[in-house]
Design a binder for this molecule. Structure first.
Ligand code: AKG
Ligand code: FE2
Length: 239
């Protein structure tokens, strides 16, 4: 596919960063949100390409000793020679960047927006409707190192993206507080949670200690009827 990648087509080169939100989560964690990272029409062309050409799979995961279907489609792209990604007992096949030139174009645009970043892997997710979701987790796998920067580009249906601080009792991110009865849930203050609506063509970046200290999720939404595609660019460190 040959598509000239345009970020926001405004004559002002800083237009797409004008509405950028930077949220300091404290203790060295922060989130940057760029609502208009990609121009609207270009982002729809990308959506259509990704929806139709990515080899999506819906793997079976092992979570707390039980097998379950991952509640969204996925695909993984990584540079050659990197350690394997394994999560929830699943090791996705690493596709080559060369098979998807469009993904390389988006990667270049992300690198331009985030000077100094050097992402070498990409986890793609496709949420086919409001029943598809990702539960509370942090991307704190060892292969990303102690303070990974994760850049997330969204296409299609807008969905909520929630962040909540890990409670002191479960620093390893094993907490699944929504599975506890309400009486056992710890009430969080407003500083301990942040909500974003991830727009079509937007970029959200998690930085610093965010994976160590915070959980994130994209919850089910009855009203989200159409498909959303999300790309999370990550840097896998060499052993
Ligand atoms: O879809 C999203 O916005 C988040 C995806 C995510 O958290 C992940 O792939 O680890
Ligand atoms: Fe994540």
């Amino acid at each position: 596919m040959s598509l000239m990648l345009k970020t926001n087509p405004s004559t002002n080169p800083n237009e797409n960063t004008k509405k950028t939100q930077i949220v300091d989560l404290g203790n060295g964690s922060s989130v940057v949100y760029v609502p208009k990272f990609l121009a609207y029409d270009v982002a729809w062309e990308f959506f259509n390409y990704l929806d139709n050409h990515i080899p999506w799979t819906r793997p079976t995961l092992r979570v707390f000793g039980r097998s379950c279907l991952q509640p969204r489609d996925t695909c993984y792209v990584a540079s050659a020679g990197l350690p394997d990604l394994i999560y929830s007992g699943y090791q996705p096949h690493a596709h080559s960047w060369d098979d998807f030139p469009l993904l390389k174009d988006i990667l270049d645009a992300v690198h331009k927006m985030l000077p100094g970043s050097t992402f070498n892997s990409l986890l793609l997710n496709r949420y086919k409707g409001g029943n598809d979701y990702v539960g509370w987790h942090s991307d704190d796998e060892k292969l990303y190192g102690a303070t990974p920067e994760i850049a997330s580009v969204s296409f299609g249906c807008e969905r909520d993206f929630f962040l909540k601080k890990k409670s002191c009792k479960s620093p390893q991110g094993q907490e699944r507080s929504d599975e506890k009865p309400p009486s056992k849930r710890f009430k969080k203050s407003s500083q301990d949670q942040h909500n974003f609506t991830l727009k079509h063509g937007s970029l959200l970046v998690m930085k610093g200690n965010t994976q160590r200290d915070w959980l994130h999720s994209v919850p089910k939404r009855a009203k989200a009827e159409t498909t959303r595609i999300n790309l999370t660019f990550r840097r896998v460190l060499l052993d």
